[in-house]
Design a protein around this ligand. Structure first.
Ligand SMILES: Nc1ncnc2c1ncn2[C@@H]1O[C@H](COP(=O)(O)OP(=O)(O)OP(=O)(O)O)[C@@H](O)[C@H]1O
Ligand SMILES: [Mg+2]
Length: 261
């Protein structure tokens, strides 16, 4: 248990650290975000990565956030030729950091863990890029990956004027959508050799040209020891959604069997 004194010291240290980051953010943000405020407490390394992407001509500027999850924040950015991009920034230092801190206090490995966290976060970004590339190469309908630098994943923007395409949960759906989702899961497994592992109505865009899968950071190789478990879960999630929308669909275990044939 932490004593009050320790807790106070801890809070002070965290506030100091966040202030420091806030100062860094303020002094470095000008010049690449077109005066739009990046509303997350980014660390210096992320700011450097964004500057690097600007200098290499990948992005011209970053606009507002279009999505934020627990582990990442997605921004609409614009490339040199006016092309819309999506930047998924995996969060290294966030306010969540505060919540994690008590678990680290008094642990002599703290600095190592901090270093490890960054490595892990960068690894997630690389993994999502790799998964997207694997799908894209096989011609499967997913958002197009462009590059990944450290914890920043750059993709083609799915949507218009900074408004992302609607996800399945935001649209009307019919039996064709269900069949299409199942067929994409099948192709992911049998052609790209991966399982999404975080599939739901929130991670599939419905566009005029058809469905698009995204958020592939959790996806695993079909040889992963839990691949089948994840596949079953993905299919169950998606079945539940379509049933909730009033459709009569195939038994999930029959779909699993069919995919694994
Ligand atoms: N390539 C893209 N083009 C346009 N918008 C995107 C793109 N990728 C992500 N988004 C937007 O950002 C949101 C979050 O993206 P994603 O699901 O990949 O991140 P996440 O961290 O897993 O978020 P959550 O935990 O909420 O699922 C999406 O719902 C979508 O609105
Ligand atoms: Mg998501």
């Amino acid at each position: 248990m932490l004593t009050d004194e320790l807790e106070k010291k801890l809070a002070k240290r965290i506030d100091g650290r966040l202030l420091e980051k806030e100062r860094e953010r303020k002094s470095e943000k000008d010049g690449f975000d077109k005066n739009k405020v990046l509303d997350e407490v980014f660390d210096k390394s992320t700011m450097m990565t964004l500057s690097g992407l600007k200098n290499s001509g990948t992005i011209s500027y970053v606009n507002g956030a279009v999505g934020s999850g627990k582990e990442s924040k997605t921004y609409w950015a614009v490339g040199p030729s006016g092309n819309d991009l999506a930047l998924k920034i995996y969060l290294v230092a966030t306010s969540n950091f505060k919540k994690r801190y008590p678990y680290l206090l008094g642990d002599s490995r703290f600095t190592k863990i901090k270093k490890g966290t960054r490595n892990l976060v960068e690894l997630w970004a690389q993994k999502e890029f790799g998964n997207l590339s694997q799908c894209f190469k096989k011609g499967l309908p997913c958002v197009r990956p462009i590059t990944v630098i450290k914890n920043v994943l750059v993709m083609e923007f799915a949507g218009k004027n900074g408004v992302p395409e609607p996800t399945l949960v935001e649209t009307e759906v019919d039996y064709n959508d269900y069949e299409s989702v199942v067929s994409i899961i099948d192709d992911l497994y049998n052609k790209a050799k991966i399982v999404h592992a975080d599939l739901s109505e929130y991670n599939i865009f419905k566009t005029k040209k058809g469905l698009l899968f995204f958020d592939l950071g959790s996806a695993v190789d079909i040889k992963h020891p839990n691949a089948i478990k994840f596949l079953e879960r993905d299919i169950k999630n998606i079945t539940k959604f379509f049933v909730k929308r009033g459709l009569t669909v195939t038994n999930p275990s029959d779909i699993v069997k069919r995919i694994m044939k």
